[in-house]
Ligand binder design. Sequence first.
Ligand code: FAD
Length: 347
Amino acid sequence: MTLLADYTTLGLGGPAKAFTDAPAEAALIDAVQAADAAGEPVLILGGGSNLVIADEGFPGSVVYVNTRGVGYAAAADGQDGVDVTVAAGEDWDDVVAAVVAEGLAGVECLSGIPGRAGATPIQNVGAYGHEVAEVITSVRVFDRRTSQIQVIPNGSCHFAYRTSFFKRHPARYAVLAVTFRLTRDTRSMPVKYAELAAELDVRMGERAGVGEVRSAVLKIRARKGMVLNPGDPDTRSAGSFFTNPVLDAEQFARVAAAATVPVPRFDAGDGKVKVPAAWLIEHAGFGKGYGAPGRARVSSKHTLALINAGGATTADLLTLAREIRDGVRATFGITLDPEPTLIGATL
Ligand SMILES: Cc1cc2nc3c(=O)[nH]c(=O)nc-3n(C[C@H](O)[C@H](O)[C@H](O)COP(=O)(O)OP(=O)(O)OC[C@H]3O[C@@H](n4cnc5c(N)ncnc54)[C@H](O)[C@@H]3O)c2cc1C
């Protein structure tokens, strides 16, 4: 019996009823198809870095995506750039390191994000002012409804902040490969995040070397416990546990009225603003390290990461998450949404 705790970055999750390691695309498709035909629930598992799995485990078939392969080609439509097509099972940060070393710009700000390439379109991973939606040209999928392989162009992925068509319809597609359009340029994408600009000593909107940006991002992430480190319990998380709420003017006014200091906000378009969930959590009384010592607690490096300090169960983690969500709601009238995918569990 495979214990899923061994496959999640939280180190949490009970047993899988069935578990298939899929090192090749055909094995991945076969395993998904066989489980679908048998009417078994399916969990497609990458690096387990965005999953909270119940202590009871998963009562179906877990398909572990282990495919490999990275291909470089001149941009398919004759435009400038290089199309990099990556198998779903490739480690994402290995891919970023390789393309940065090749002198290709586009994903350097997404350095250090755990997990596999095939999961990047699922929640449109993003960090430091950039997200994969900016550079994905297409996603190659196995469509579980039609049993066909399909290539879905960016415009049909419905990417938005930490979500996509794939996240909204989890039972429809298995991602097989992702194609990214990168630029042959040793200068980075424009720096859009103040903390990164300060680390690089550049002005907002300026560019720096792609390698320099990668190093700076890894440095900032390490300070926040956002790079996996087996020796550091503060990194035993699923990354940010809550998404940053996007508020209309009335909701923001309510938050501002409840606060005793100015509330940070970022323009989110359409007259809306994004407020850092970490700020709301901290100002609702849940500081760094809050929680049960040795069990589930807030990271001591980053308020937005809930961690397994060693002896936690998924139930402990969810109890803490609910306490924080309810505390933020009671203080500011805003309900935070979880970012990771919850399996066999709800908040
Ligand atoms: C320390 C830490 C820092 C993080 N920092 C960030 C960050 O800065 N920005 C950010 O956006 N995220 C961040 N994350 C979250 C996470 O790393 C990303 O969401 C990542 O893309 C998840 O990849 P994974 O392979 O681990 O996916 P998993 O956790 O295995 O799966 C996540 C979801 O995607 C589905 N899935 C996975 N692979 C496939 C596939 N091939 N086909 C179909 N469905 C699939 C799963 O079924 C599940 O629903 C962080 C996590 C940690 C632990």
